[in-house]
Design a binder for this molecule. Sequence first.
Ligand code: NAD
Ligand code: LMR
Length: 334
Amino acid sequence: MFKATSVRQFSSSAANAYKVTVLGAAGGIGQPLSLLMKLNHKVTQLSLYDLRLGAGVATDISHIPTNSTVTGYGPEDDGLAKALKDADVVLIPAGVPRKPGMTRDDLFNTNASIVRDLAKAAAENCPKAAICVISNPVNSTVPIVAEVLKSKGVYNPKKLFGVTTLDVLRASRFLSQVAGTDPNKEIVTVVGGHSGITIVPLISQTNHKSLPKETYDALVHRIQFGGDEVVQAKNGAGSATLSMAQAGARFASSVLNGLAGEKDIIEPTFVDSPLFKSEGVEFFSSRVTLGVDGVKEIHGLGQLTNAEEEMITVAKETLVKNIAKGVDFVKANP
Ligand code: NAD
Ligand code: LMR
């Protein structure tokens, strides 16, 4: 275990003093995400765990003069338990990324057991933490975490999140490119899940309701399959890491702002949701207000066009299967 305190300490109020743990902290996402969490002034303890290089990344990041102690751990000496002990927020980017030709679901066989085991450790060491799952396939890894927490008697649906923020960032960026506008001003709600056709951008709720059909179709396809662009461009060396770190840091920051009692903190995220439960869809991403207990309010989808309704119908069919796959995995492999 490595522990280092930045040279200069800043004062922090109790409401702004949180322990954040990153699992998979030395990976392509983990490193820049940990860096960005070091820059977040609400984080006072940053705990970095990985199978390799956890201590090295922690030492490196600890030299940045912000208000947090950085501690790095590996699997030896009960490192995972120590990394998670009493964490307020756990970010999970541990697991393998895609290569060209693979779907996110093709990662299931490797990542399901990684996420299951990390969830067990979180249940034991920080049962009240907000857990933010980045590892793919998110549509299945989030239900895996839920099942593990249920089996340990500590499941709080308000504290489990699938991170879909990258879809939101892409939607802003890609829409601004076709509309010729400032991406910072393009807020796009993206709902459903986090893979291909389960990603449903609600363009009709932006200022660009009347895009030509060809432009609209191409935009929706690009948002749904934006991950493939990066996988292909990296040509076997992984998937989105830097944009994902930015997305993960934005989502974590919003969770922390909610925990701290700030008002009107809203992010689309994949959560245990009442929206389509009656149709067997236990988890669904929509706009969620974040508060002191995690999920404060799950918002409905608002008015949709026929095209968006159709996309939601298709998304739900896939989501039911993806979610069941995660649940069945934990039942068969507790
Ligand atoms: P990576 O291979 O660069 O890093 C993964 C890290 O996880 C490695 O450092 C590895 O040592 C670590 N790891 C593996 N098993 C572990 C375990 N049991 N405990 C702790 N650490 C473990 O991969 P990456 O590019 O950082 O991607 C990580 C995951 O994030 C992938 O599953 C990828 O598909 C997913 N991802 C999700 C989104 C999203 O929008 N939710 C976006 C991009 C990538
Ligand atoms: C993404 O959307 O970039 C991630 O889910 C990684 C991937 O496999 O595409």
